[in-house]
Design a protein around this ligand. Structure first.
Ligand code: ATP
Ligand code: MG
Length: 281
């Protein structure tokens, strides 16, 4: 079965029923970490070749297609690790990675999608959003950073926006890395006990942790309202990093396979060019 079918957030999906330690589609292995490392690097080679075709095709003509990976997770959910281990296998030349933190003053003066639109990948590129416009219905909803009636309208706005993107040639791969509260505690404890990880520790994360249930509810609303036909959400169980890396790589591979990419045909006379090269020696 396709990973995308196993992990797609379909109608009636309950986040609370998805085991963050689960490994859908992967049967038990003797050494799952090693298996995943090998598998992810094999998939990585395929991803790089798809990416090259995407890039070449956009360069050669007017192919508007591009792929956008949207990553969302609770703090310590593994977004950065996913970028490093999975996204890191793409050619940086055709890659655009953007992280979204708390909006700046300038960003706040614009509609919430303004900074998102400015960060979209050009045709031929793979884009990655490390957090995204969904923060505007997650942290913003949990803390009522804008009035309820304002954030409540955003689900439909987001759906319209994403449908437009898909119409313009975007393939959206929206991934929620789903960790348990206990796993977050462990990862926070790890950061505290290792001086080389202190830079990753943010005291505010403990405050947000206090709103765990509210965040789960906000994520549930995202899955209910914004997992559309055009741009579905995928929930990746992420307590096990080896599974997370494998699943995101597999989802990207399936998205690329759906594009049926091919190298563009040469727009020059091949025989003639070979002759010209010979004659030039
Ligand atoms: P990470 O994404 O791994 O937490 P970080 O801690 O280095 O990375 P920050 O620059 O602190 O990143 O930004 C992340 C914080 O910004 C998160 O707490 C997130 O909820 C918040 N944030 C992102 N978008 C918005 C938004 N639209 N409104 C308010 N807060 C936001
Ligand atoms: Mg943070």
């Amino acid at each position: 079965m396709l990973t995308s079918d196993l992990l797609r957030a379909g109608p009636g999906v309950r986040l609370a029923d998805i085991d963050p330690r689960g490994t859908p589609g992967v049967t038990s292995r003797k050494d799952p970490k090693q298996w995943s490392r090998v598998e992810v690097s094999l998939i990585g080679a395929e991803l790089a070749s798809h990416q090259e075709m995407l890039y070449a095709d956009a360069k050669a003509g007017s192919d508007p297609r591009r792929v956008l990976l949207v990553l969302q997770a609770m703090d310590c959910g593994g977004k950065d690790g996913t970028v490093k281990n999975v996204v890191g296998q793409f050619d940086p030349l055709g890659l655009r990675i953007v992280s979204f933190g708390a909006p700046t003053k300038e960003e706040l003066a614009h509609p919430f999608l303004w900074r998102i639109k400015n960060a979209l990948p050009p045709a031929g590129y793979v884009g990655v959003f490390n957090r995204s416009h969904y923060e505007d219905v997650l942290i913003v909803r949990v803390h009522d950073l804008v009035p309820r009636r304002v954030w409540a309208r955003r689900y439909d706005t987001i759906n319209r926006f994403e449908a437009e993107l898909v119409g313009e040639g975007y393939t959206l791969v929206k991934v929620m890395l789903h960790i348990s509260k206990e796993e977050q505690r462990k990862r926070l404890a790890d950061r505290l006990s290792d001086p080389t990880k202190h830079w990753k520790y943010n005291p505010g994360d403990i405050d947000e942790r206090g709103y765990w249930d509210d965040y789960q509810e906000a994520y549930q609303a995202v899955l209910d309202r914004c997992s559309t036909e055009a741009a579905p959400w995928y929930v990746v169980p992420a307590d096990r990093k080896w599974y997370r890396n494998y699943a995101v790589a597999a989802l990207l591979r399936e998205a690329f396979e759906g594009l049926n990419l091919k190298y563009p045909k040469a727009d020059f006379d091949l025989k003639n060019e070979v002759k010209r090269l010979e004659a030039s020696m």
